[in-house]
Write a new protein. Structure first.
Length: 362
């Protein structure tokens, strides 16, 4: 008998891994599709696919995803999470792979009632109607609580061996993970950065100050690291919080972004998102000196101008207990008053529950 093939959306989280496992137990040949974006959950999806024993295909969500984030049809959740639009978008992206891989249906790890915006019965029905999958979308973890799908009606899968999980408790999923011995998945309930308040503040700032035609997924990626200081509409400065972030910031240099780095002392690099001019350079130097702490005035920073290396001493910005000149706002933190004399430390965009402190310059 020829095996039935299905395409499964594998996020790297526990629910999608369990959905995959349930169908593998029924002899379904699973191709795991991982849709990449800067806001996706951080997990070793390759290790998870190896653990499950499935073929993994990774594809980017693309620039259309950024346009969706700006203008979601069905709005946002508590933060900048357009969950219904995102689910519909991912199913639309997944649909062509049914033909490419010779698969009969698509499945996901969604659980009825788990997410208040995207996984209510109404939301699931809405997404189904707009996905274009015409009954070929299966949710194995909650299938017995939902209307029968084509894979069940046609006998490709046994509905009685699917589950009836609902609600926000993860106890049943954790028990199944222990039963199957799954280890390479993100913690239940973790994942998408769009649900994080601090990251969402950065995204709102991007949308408020950067025109859509000048934004890209690269800008979205930049929101995931460093301290972001909004000086004015035309200038934002992103500061590395440790050596690793300094190295990562360097990769974001482009026509509209230029890097100012400590030359002979330990401190943060500053990615200047704005025009190359002395006023912007001075603001970057102020911030570098402030967060470096004890650098002497004769220490220098370096940058490149038309391919030529340049340096400048910290000067009066160094070694003072006062703070750099005020920014209009610190993105992700409180707005700065017009006469504010200090730039407040931005809450970092770490996963909920992680430390918000920089690693330091040791």
């Amino acid at each position: 008998m020829t095996s039935i093939r299905a395409v499964g959306l594998l996020s790297g989280g526990l629910d999608s891994a369990l959905a995959t496992k349930l169908l593998l137990e029924q002899g379904i040949d699973v191709v795991a599709l991982h849709l990449e974006s800067p806001t996706s959950c951080r997990s070793d999806v390759h290790a998870l696919a190896r653990e499950l024993g499935v073929t993994l295909v990774t594809r980017p969500k693309g620039e259309e995803f950024l346009r969706l984030l700006r203008h979601p049809r069905w709005g946002y959740g508590r933060n900048m999470n357009p969950c219904r639009d995102c689910r519909r978008f991912m199913f639309e992206l997944g649909r062509p792979y049914l033909e490419e891989f010779g698969a009969r249906f698509l499945f996901s790890g969604e659980v009825l009632g788990q997410r208040p915006m995207s996984q209510t019965r109404e939301a699931l029905d809405l997404v189904d109607r707009h996905s274009g999958l015409d009954g070929l979308l299966l949710r194995p973890l909650s299938a017995r609580l939902l209307p029968e799908t084509e894979p069940e009606r046609r006998g490709w899968v046994d509905r009685s061996r699917l589950l009836a999980i609902s609600g926000r408790s993860r106890s049943e999923q954790l028990g199944l993970a222990a039963h199957y011995g799954l280890r390479h998945h993100t913690a239940p309930g973790g994942g998408c950065l769009l649900t994080d308040a601090r990251f969402s503040a950065r995204l709102r700032d991007l949308f408020a100050n950067d025109p859509a035609e000048e934004s890209s997924l690269d800008d979205l990626s930049l929101l995931t690291l460093g301290r972001h200081v909004r000086v004015n509409r035309d200038l934002k400065i992103v500061l590395g919080r440790d050596h690793d972030e300094n190295l990562r910031l360097a990769r974001f240099e482009s026509r509209g972004r230029w890097l100012v780095e400590p030359n002979d002392f330990a401190g943060p690099s500053a990615l200047v998102c704005g025009a190359r001019n002395d006023a912007h350079l001075e603001r970057a130097i102020d911030l570098i000196a402030h967060y470096a702490g004890s650098a002497e005035p004769e220490r220098t920073v370096r940058w490149s101008d038309d391919g030529l290396p340049r340096t400048r001493p910290l000067g009066a910005a160094a070694g003072v207990s006062g703070e750099p000149r005020p920014a209009r706002a610190v993105v992700g933190g409180p707005a700065a008053a017009p006469d504010q004399k200090s730039v407040e430390t931005l809450a970092t965009t770490e996963r909920p529950g992680s430390s918000s402190e920089p690693s330091g310059w040791r």
